[in-house]
Design a protein around this ligand. Structure first.
Ligand SMILES: Nc1ncnc2c1ncn2[C@@H]1O[C@H](COP(=O)(O)OP(=O)(O)O)[C@@H](O)[C@H]1O
Ligand SMILES: [Mg+2]
Length: 362
């Protein structure tokens, strides 16, 4: 088990600083949930409240149907892994992993079995007799995870566990975590990260936190394909979705939108007659803009190009847009710098937001 329910959970620091408001969330045992959101939006605070390290100032937290607000951390069967791994430097990997079980006065056999099993899951068997200083950063972080596995928690909480690692180790350790999750399909994991790729690849569901609340909960592809609001639309995906102001000038299954800067586009977001004339922001992801030789939707002067090898980013200015729009084109297009380009987008890739909310959801 390891079902988690947050009901109207709020946090106010020191009686005055309100950080989170009325968070409602149901997490099913075995899910891997990722919290993302801008720095300072309360990701760590929410995780620490679940762990019991921070007082819940409003609402209820339940684990498997039992109210947990006043249960001390050690009795919640939750393990938390932080960015800094804080291993005991004078103890071997085996001793580090065994430490909590020794304190709990478990038998030698029981400890050996738990440590060997955790080491196997984390590919640390060959390193059990080493000291932490003889390990890479990624291995150290796995030992830190191993220390919590031996206690067999129902719920694992990770707070940006990979952000101290360099890029290559981060990828390798991310894959280890994905494998670990597969080895423990019934254990719940909640993972905080600011890394989009970690969020998209690890999560069963992503929770986007913003403005003291939940902006959207959904599978990674739901958030990418059907963002509920401009916050999620611009937060998920890199570079961020382009937004341009316009007005609805034709309704129905295919909506016609006229850009304030001139030009028309179509969107597959269905609209009703009463939507006529509504001000909207039109959202198109950089990877969904296509260069055209004909009359494009957005025409502009390419200011900067960034060739990344597999793709090129074109920053171009059109009337009424600030900042510049970004297009991501496959291949190398450095020669486009200084040129006029014309771009279009297929209707299925044109998002519509009215007062910040997607017209897909209402
Ligand atoms: N102990 C504290 N006292 C007062 N404010 C705090 C405390 N801890 C965090 N905060 C504030 O709460 C907000 C959320 O912090 P945090 O949960 O650490 O954000 P995140 O992990 O999303 O970056 C921030 O504005 C931060 O300054
Ligand atoms: Mg944090």
């Amino acid at each position: 088990m390891g079902n988690l329910t947050l009901s109207d959970v709020s946090k106010t620091y020191g009686g005055t600083v309100n950080v989170l408001n009325d968070i409602n969330l149901d997490i099913t045992a075995g899910e891997l949930i990722v919290f993302v959101g801008p720095s300072g939006c309360g990701k760590s605070t929410l995780l620490r409240m679940i762990a019991g390290l921070e007082k819940i100032t409003g609402g209820d937290l339940a684990i498997d149907g039992q109210r947990m607000n006043d249960v001390p951390p050690a009795q919640r069967r939750i393990a938390m892994v932080f960015q800094s791994y804080a291993l005991y430097p004078h103890m071997t990997v085996r001793e580090n992993m065994a430490f909590a079980l020794k304190l709990a006065k478990k038998s030698k056999e029981e400890i050996a079995e738990a440590v060997d099993e955790a080491a196997r899951k984390l590919q640390l068997t060959d390193y059990l007799d080493r000291l932490p200083k003889a390990l890479s950063g990624g291995q150290r972080q796995r030992v830190a995870i191993g220390r919590s596995i031996v206690r067999d928690p129902k719920i694992y909480l990770f707070d940006e566990p990979l952000s101290n690692l360099d890029a290559a180790l981060r990828v390798a350790t991310r894959i280890e975590i994905a494998r670990l999750k597969e080895e423990m399909p019934d254990r719940t994991m909640i993972y905080v990260t600011h890394d989009q790729v970690e969020a998209m690849t690890l999560a069963d569901r992503i929770v986007v936190l913003a403005n003291k609340g939940i902006a959207q909960v959904g599978s990674p592809l739901e958030l990418y394909e059907k963002p509920q609001n401009e916050m999620v639309a611009t937060f998920i995906g890199s570079p961020a979705m382009n937004l341009l102001p316009g007005k609805i000038t034709g309704t129905g299954a295919q909506t016609e939108v006229t850009l304030d800067a001139g030009g028309k586009t179509l969107s597959n977001v269905p609209t009703e007659a009463s939507d006529m004339g509504k001000q909207v922001n039109i959202g198109v992801r950089p990877e969904h803009l296509e260069a055209t030789d004909g009359e494009g939707l957005f025409t502009g002067h390419v200011d900067i190009t960034e060739a990344l090898g597999e793709v090129t980013l074109l920053y171009f200015e059109t009337v009424g847009t600030d900042p510049a729009l970004i297009a991501k084109l496959p291949g190398v297009h450095k020669d486009r710098r200084g040129q006029q380009v014309s771009m279009t987008a297929a209707p299925e890739h044109v998002h519509l937001f009215h007062e910040g909310q997607s017209l897909l959801y209402r």
